[in-house]
Each structure stands twice: as structure tokens, then as C-alpha cells.
Ligand binder design. Structure first.
Ligand code: HEL
Length: 412
């Protein structure tokens, strides 16, 4: 029988890690947020609940699932299932994985640092930096980073058929401009500054902006501005490489037709996403990243405030600039991002003060039941022990059926 394990890390390990964060070029005072509830005010995490959520995801079809909580110097983690169905190797909390759209926060951080350096203005039209790229001169950088550009999400077409769509692009290498061109075949979904409408195209434009303004690849900028300063040893951007370096967990795409076998989707270029979704990382690194971001260690306080200017997604979610806010059933709001890439579902969120952070992963995708179940890891991590309303450990009254998704993409 597969078991869940929860261990308590040494306080020294994580505390030391946090204290070593040095970002000389971007060191900034901690962002002030008068309404911030400190992690100390949060209830203790519900570790039994967390384990139950992971076991439930496993029963629902995820070969493996894990979660790690870093809480003011103490690390706790749980894993269930296998990293590799072929060998049966158990999933380890240190296994690397593909993070999907969590990459969007990396891209936003690079652009906000460029804004801090006076090299980019959020309310300037994208076409001022990239002449003639977009069909409307009024679309600004802020519109793009908050999914209010109206640019159609080309992945809607690409992954209409999940397995065939994936296999068609698995080894492909796209330029950013090719991806933008795929989007522009469609009418826009709204005018510049319209309501939130999630689109990967926005963060492909972000990638183009990073390259144009810095003269470097996004991989170089992630490395120099985030990965190196935060010492994120498990974090990589290998595009157009297809393999995950070092020790990693395989990811398994769920086919659209019941009864068809899972597809090992681990190896792919992720070129269809790049700056919108191609980062590889691990639970510890993502916790370090979001904690550092919310503690004001990656941008100035003013830019962090811009990142947290929310547009409405739905009754329990807001979107800032490459950053999600989720309001949990206990009234606590958490900040981070979600990721869906073939074979991997991830959640990485931190408290307002950045002191308690959760990253959770299930090693499957195209399985809305598992995605919804994994939302329960946030409740367990930040809301503590509370009455459970269902067998999943998810408190149903306040948890929505589906994650916020691009239209037609993840309604499974
Ligand atoms: S979708 C999301 C999530 N984001 C967006 C991005 C990411 N990921 C994608 O665009 C991948 C889409 C295909 C995923 C695939 C699967 O489940 O493996 N689905 C299909 O092929 C469906 N036919 C908004 C959910 C986010 O949370 O931000 O990551």
C-alpha cells in the first residue's frame, strides 16, 4: 500500500535559506500592507487533512501527489504515490517537475524589475516597445500582465483534443511571433483594458518584451534576476530542451476517452508556452520564490503593490500582474499561481506576509476532479483543521468546481 509521509524539516535549514536571500540589484524594503495577517496569526496547518487530500487525488487518478509547507523556518511535506509508473519509484518531495503557468509570475517579476529600473512603463502600449506586434496600439503592458488585452488564447485550438494536440506540439519549437500569429488568426475577446480573460498569448508577449528590453533570452533573465539571487537550485528553463535535469517526477496526461491509458508526457519542449509556462522547479524553490516575492525581496514595494492590484476573476479569485489571489473558506487570502501543463497540476501560494507558503503537485492533468481536489491543499495549509464537508477533504461550500481556466481548455 502506498503511504503518505509527513516530516518536519529543521528550522535551521529554511531559516538559513531565507536569511541568505541577497538581491543587491533589487533589494527593497519589505512591502507594507496594513491589512496583512501575519503567518503567526494563521491556524496551524491541517497535516492530516493535507495527507487525505493527496491520497484522494491519487485515488482519483494521479500517479503521485505531494505538498510542501514552509512556515517561518519550519518545513513540512507529504508525498503519495510514484514518480515513475514504469519503475515504481516512490515520489520524493525533492523531485523536480514542470510548473506550467507559475512561470507567468517569473515573467512578471522580470518585467516589474525592468519597470523598477526605469526601462519599462506599465501603462505604455506594447507596440511602443515592439512596433506593429499587436493589432491595437492601445494594448498596454499592464493589460497584458493582467489578462485584459483581449488577445485570444491560441492554446484553445492547440489542445482541443488533449493527447493528439499534445503529441502534435511535443517536440515542436515555436518562435514567440509564431505563437502571437496563431492568436491573431482569431478575433479578440475584448477591447484593451476589458474584463479579465485568461490567455497564454499575454505572457508570450511578456517574453517578447523581456527579450526586446534586455537583449537576452527569458532563460537568462530568469537565471540572473530570480534563480541565482534566490539560490533556486531545482529551477531551470531549458527550452527548447525536452528533458528535466536531475531527479524529477514523470507527469502523466489523462486521455480524453475513458479507459485509454495515461500518457507519459514528461518529455516535451513546452515551446507552445515558453515564457507563459515552461519553467521547471520543485516545491522548496517555489516556496522560496513566492515567499521572497511577497516579502518584497524581488521588486520594490511600489511594484509589488502594482502586482497586487486585483482584477476580478470570480467570487473567490483576483488576478494582479502575473499573480493570483485566492480567498479561502476561512477568510484568509493567499497569493501565488496555479499551473497546468501536460502531466502536472501545481498550486503555489503564500500568505500576505510571505511567511507561510504551500506548493502542491499532482502528477497528472486533464483530470478536473484531481485539479479540484488539490485545491484542498490550500485549505489544509492555511485554514487548519476545520469541519470537512466531503470525502475529498475539500470544504465544498467555499470551493468552486473548477479552477479559473482559459475558455475551452480545462473544462475536461
Ligand atoms: S490553463 C490554466 C492554468 N494555466 C493555463 C496554462 C497554465 N496551461 C495551459 O494552457 C495548458 C493547456 C492544456 C492542458 C491540457 C492538460 O490538462 O494537460 N488540457 C487539455 O489538453 C484539454 N483539452 C488557466 C488552468 C493556470 O492555472 O493558470 O498553466
Amino acid at each position: 500500500m502506498l503511504t503518505a509521509t509527513v516530516r518536519r524539516g529543521t528550522a535551521l535549514g529554511t531559516a538559513a535559506l531565507l536569511s541568505l536571500l541577497v538581491t543587491p540589484a533589487h533589494a527593497a524594503p519589505r512591502a507594507s500592507d496594513p491589512t496583512a495577517a501575519s503567518a503567526a496569526a494563521l491556524p496551524q496547518p491541517d497535516l492530516a487533512g493535507l495527507r487525505e487530500v493527496l491520497r484522494t487525488a491519487q485515488r482519483q487518478g494521479a500517479p503521485g501527489a505531494m505538498a510542501r509547507i514552509d512556515d517561518a523556518g519550519t518545513a513540512r511535506w507529504a508525498t503519495v504515490g510514484v514518480a515513475d509508473r514504469a519503475t515504481g519509484r516512490p515520489l520524493a518531495d525533492t523531485d523536480r517537475f514542470r510548473v506550467g503557468s507559475i512561470t507567468k509570475t517569473f515573467s512578471a517579476v522580470v518585467l516589474l524589475q525592468l519597470a523598477d529600473e526605469g526601462r519599462l512603463r506599465l501603462d505604455t502600449p506594447v507596440n511602443s516597445y515592439l512596433p506593429h506586434l499587436l493589432p491595437d496600439d492601445r494594448i498596454t503592458v499592464r493589460h497584458v500582465l493582467s489578462h485584459r488585452s483581449g488577445l485570444y488564447d491560441y492554446t484553445n485550438d492547440m489542445f482541443a483534443a488533449s493527447v493528439a494536440g499534445f503529441e502534435a506540439v511535443r517536440t515542436k519549437v515555436f518562435t514567440y511571433r509564431q505563437l502571437v500569429a496563431l492568436s491573431l488568426r482569431h478575433p479578440r475577446t475584448g477591447g484593451p483594458g476589458a474584463a479579465y480573460s485568461y490567455s497564454n498569448t499575454n505572457f508570450v508577449v511578456a517574453g517578447l518584451l523581456i527579450e526586446k528590453l534586455t537583449g537576452h533570452s527569458v532563460g537568462t533573465e530568469y537565471q540572473n534576476r530570480i534563480i541565482k539571487p534566490l539560490k533556486l537550485d531545482d529551477t531551470f528553463y531549458v527550452h527548447p530542451g525536452t528533458r528535466i535535469p536531475g531527479r524529477y517526477t514523470h507527469g502523466y496526461l489523462t486521455p480524453d476517452r475513458d479507459g485509454d491509458p495515461l500518457v507519459d508526457s514528461t518529455e516535451q519542449t513546452v515551446s507552445w508556452a515558453q515564457s507563459a509556462g515552461a519553467v521547471i522547479s520543485g516545491t522548496r524553490d517555489l516556496n522560496t520564490f513566492y515567499s521572497a516575492l511577497l516579502r518584497g525581496r524581488l521588486t520594490s514595494a511600489a511594484r509589488l503593490t502594482e502586482m497586487k492590484r486585483w482584477v476580478r476573476v470570480n467570487s473567490t479569485q483576483g488576478y494582479g500582474l502575473g499573480l493570483r489571489r485566492r480567498d479561502l473558506s476561512c477568510g484568509v487570502s493567499v497569493y501565488g499561481h496555479t499551473g497546468t501543463v501536460q502531466g502536472y497540476y501545481s498550486y503555489a501560494f503564500t500568505s500576505k506576509d510571505g511567511r507561510r507558503t504551500l506548493t502542491a503537485l499532482a502528477t497528472t492533468s486533464n483530470n478536473g476532479t484531481v485539479l479540484n481536489t488539490m485545491l484542498g491543499t490550500l485549505e489544509s495549509a492555511f485554514c487548519g483543521v476545520r469541519e470537512r464537508t466531503g470525502p475529498t477533504g475539500v470544504r465544498g461550500a467555499s470551493v468552486e468546481r473548477h479552477e479559473d481556466v482559459a475558455p475551452g481548455i480545462a473544462l475536461y
